[in-house]
Design a protein around this ligand. Structure first.
Ligand code: SF4
Length: 353
């Protein structure tokens, strides 16, 4: 019980050893769940889940060779390549996402890094989505310092850049950029004052130690990422990982719970792969401290459960979608009135209770 008490009451740390991560991950399942649930409740409202919608603003033909990704130009996955979307189309999609209850709109482009001629278009998208009263997030590949500053200036709230896996397994998954490249981009994002969204993918044939190593890397960053997406591999035909064995569901739930305990103040997000998870498994993930999901029709290029199904599951579990995870400093500017017509599922997170 002593270890559980320590985990539940511990201060946020950035010096985890692999042995400690292993010790948490290997707890009896109910002890792990108990600790994760307690940590979650110390830092977040118990029954709220943040919802984000993701739009691919430029699909396919990416020069990188990420082994899991149907958008890589290195693999033939039958994905149709698209140019950068027009601003109007992005705004229309963001409005649709907002109407469906999403509080954050994430825009993803399949680039190694944004080119000079593309960045101004993305900056305009960020400004426009922000004007709709939504939080903004983009994922554009590697960033340099100036690009990060320009995005901050445009009002970007979050930048997504995943570490993907452990440093040891990374070379099996990507060869066109290094782990340090990724860490450098995260550094530029942090330095620019943008919230970091960084996580990884499990079920890519890695060992448990690799999963622990990924969590160790994320939790030992100078600041914990504000958002930690944990993806389950969607094995896409045509990619090198298409025949990868499925990860045991329990390993996935343990990964979520361990992430929650190690990064108590971060949003832990169920991301890709959710479509293949049963309701029971998703419910366990919420019990283990997951408090954010992607929802909407598409998750970049793989399917995602539709909004109605998600809302029905939330209702069954008594979960309320977080209306807007607003930081204190923003409260006066963007208070969102919850009207009588609003869905009873919505909880006004902007109200002071
Ligand atoms: S994950 Fe991103 S960087 Fe890697 S191939 Fe896919 S789109 Fe390109």
């Amino acid at each position: 019980m002593a270890l559980l008490d320590t985990l539940i009451t511990a201060k946020t740390r950035h010096d985890w050893t692999l042995a400690e991560v292993e010790q948490i991950f290997s707890l009896p399942f109910n002890d792990l769940l108990f600790a994760a649930m307690n940590v979650h409740r110390r830092h977040f409202p118990a029954n709220q889940v943040q919802t984000s919608t993701l739009l691919s603003i430029k699909t396919g033909a990416c020069p990188e060779d990420c082994a899991y990704c149907p958008q890589s130009g290195h693999y033939n996955t039958g994905l149709s390549k698209e140019q950068l979307l027009a601003l109007e189309e992005v705004i229309a999609n963001a409005q649709k996402a907002k109407d469906a209850g999403a509080t954050r709109f994430c825009m993803g482009a399949a680039w190694r890094s944004p080119r000079d001629k593309d960045l101004p278009v993305v900056l305009a998208m960020v400004r426009a989505v922000k004007d709709l009263g939504m939080e903004t997030c983009v994922t554009l590949g590697m960033l340099n310092k100036d690009q990060a500053l320009a995005l901050k200036e445009a009002g970007l709230d979050y930048y997504n850049h995943n570490l993907d896996t452990s440093p040891e397994y990374y070379g099996q998954i990507i060869t066109t950029r290094t782990y340090d490249d990724r860490l450098n981009t995260l550094q530029h994002v942090r330095d620019a004052g943008i919230n970091v969204c960084a996580g990884g993918i499990v079920g890519m044939g890695e060992t448990r130690n690799d999963r622990l190593g990924l969590l160790q890397q994320l939790a030992n960053l100078p600041e914990h990422p504000q958002s930690v997406p944990i993806n389950m591999l969607v094995a896409v035909k045509g990619t090198p990982l298409e025949n990868t064995d499925k990860l045991d569901w329990l390993e996935f739930v343990r990964t979520i719970a361990t992430a929650r305990i190690m990064m108590p103040e971060s949003y832990v997000r169920l991301s890709a792969g959710r479509e293949e998870m049963s309701e029971e498994m998703q419910a366990l993930c919420f019990s283990a401290g997951a408090n954010s999901i992607f929802y909407g029709e598409k998750l970049l290029t793989t399917g995602n459960p539709d909004v109605e199904r998600d809302m029905a599951l939330f209702a069954k579990l008594g979960i309320q979608p977080e209306r807007r995870d607003i930081h204190e400093s923003e409260l006066e500017d963007v208070r969102v009135p919850v009207t009588a017509e609003a869905s009873p599922l919505y909880y006004d997170a902007t109200a002071r209770h």
